[in-house]
Design a protein around this ligand. Structure first.
Ligand code: DX5
Ligand code: ZN
Length: 218
């Protein structure tokens, strides 16, 4: 819908032109910029860290939505805040003390998010709801773009929506989001859609139409 926040994942962009790619998706209608940080330890892939994020921070005023797939995460939170991240999301599976990690993110002046892998039950966030600004539900196993959407997460999103009640917490869906799967997640109450391959496919000339297709179907 018009209110759905569309967050292109830069993982699917041309890294040799990262700054221009950020500008191009913003011109094409992106609401947020989703930044996938991978460490080759929590997930079987390695991407980029704070210096790269800092280098593109001046390309746009849009929200930098940082998805940390790193373990441990606590030692690096300040560096990501300093790099200009607005939202910092950690994986529940990657921190031994989730409550502490979430407090640390807010203490740095950022919005705090938690991410759950497809197999992780929603009860792990039951006692930290008041420390959360965003819940990122993985609809693929984290590590790579271009994987198939795992539909069982749609039920989990609906249960979490009920659990958060009136709290001002956004639900974000990440992985395999396309114009075909966007209606499913929108119906389950998703506020933010992350999309990598379905935004960047076809190159810069196609970004605006790709983003519009997600907006129309969500
Ligand atoms: C996967 C990342 C996603 C990924 C999504 O670990 O968290 O953000 O880039 O890519 P698509 O939209 O291609 O599934
Ligand atoms: Zn992500």
């Amino acid at each position: 819908s018009a209110q759905t926040i569309i967050a292109p994942s830069m993982l699917s962009s041309d890294f040799s032109r990262l700054g221009e790619e950020v500008e191009a998706v913003c011109r094409a209608g992106a609401d947020w910029i989703h930044l996938d940080v991978m460490d080759g330890h929590f997930v079987p892939n390695i991407t980029f860290g704070p210096p790269v994020i800092k280098s593109i921070r001046n390309r746009t005023d849009r929200v930098f939505d940082c998805h940390l797939m790193i373990e441990p995460c606590d030692p690096y939170l300040a560096a990501f805040a300093d790099a200009g991240c607005d939202v910092i999301t950690v994986h529940a599976e990657a921190t031994r003390h989730l409550d502490r990690s979430l407090q640390a993110i807010r203490d740095l002046g950022c919005k705090a998010g938690v991410s759950l892998n497809p197999s992780t039950p929603e009860n792990v966030i039951e006692y930290v709801l008041d420390r959360l600004d965003l819940i990122l539900l993985m609809t693929v196993n984290p590590g790579f773009g271009g994987q198939a959407f795992i539909p069982s997460v749609v039920d989990k999103a609906a249960r979490i929506k009920a659990m958060i009640g009136e709290r001002p917490i956004l639900i974000e869906i990440d992985g395999g989001v396309t114009p075909e799967t966007a209606p499913l997640v929108a119906r389950a109450g998703a506020d933010v859609l992350v999309a990598g391959s379905s935004v960047f496919k076809g190159g810069p000339d196609a970004y605006a139409a790709n983003i519009a297709a997600l907006r129309r179907t969500s």
